[in-house]
Ligand binder design. Structure first.
Ligand code: FES
Ligand code: FES
Length: 174
């Protein structure tokens, strides 16, 4: 029997009727046509299907769509600025050659996004650990790790630049 599901995907609300056996991956790709999220193994091994549910990285192939009811889902399609340009993470992957065929890349980027949301200044080992569930068949992991480190540095710099200057009064108290 179909179940009603309310999803918020990349800021857009969807009301769907979904069979309880359908995965979040199937709903994202087949029903919502958000095909940036890839299917690799389909068994929770490769991480190609990684998306964020309430800012936590999950394997969408193993996550039932009905379990995402009333939750916020973020996919690779959200990783661009309002003008369509790539945000810091995908931009760094391009700059550091953190991809070749690109099949694993959406999952890598979403896992990295979850890491940077919880730890904006990770060490390289933290990045390797956060990406340990994401398999890449064709590029060296070094360039992927370098991509995430570059994105973290850029995001930290942007954060510093956009923070308001302390007022002269609060500065004198410091
Ligand atoms: S397709 Fe989901 S982990 Fe491989
Ligand atoms: S870039 Fe091809 S699988 Fe990772």
């Amino acid at each position: 029997m179909m179940q009603p599901v309310n999803l918020m995907v990349n800021g857009t609300p969807y009301e769907l009727l979904v069979h309880p056996s359908r995965s979040l991956l199937q709903v994202l790709r087949d029903d919502l046509h958000l095909t940036g999220t890839k299917e690799g193994c389909g068994t929770g091994y490769c991480g190609a299907c990684t998306v964020l549910v309430e800012d936590a990285a999950v394997n969408a192939c193993l996550y039932f769509a009905v379990d995402a009811d009333h939750r916020h889902v973020r996919t690779i399609e959200a990783m661009r600025a309002p003008d369509g340009s790539p945000q810091a993470l995908p931009a760094a992957f391009i700059e550091c050659s953190g991809l070749q065929c690109g099949y694993c890349t959406p999952g890598m980027i979403m896992s990295a996004a979850a890491l940077l949301a919880s730890d904006p200044s990770p060490a390289e080992d933290d990045v390797r650990s956060a990406l340990s569930g994401n398999i890449c068949r064709c590029t060296g992991y070094q360039s992927i790790v370098a991509s995430v480190m570059l994105a973290a540095a850029r995001m930290a710099q942007h954060e510093r630049q956009t923070q308001p200057e302390p007022s002269p009064r609060s500065r004198s108290r410091a």
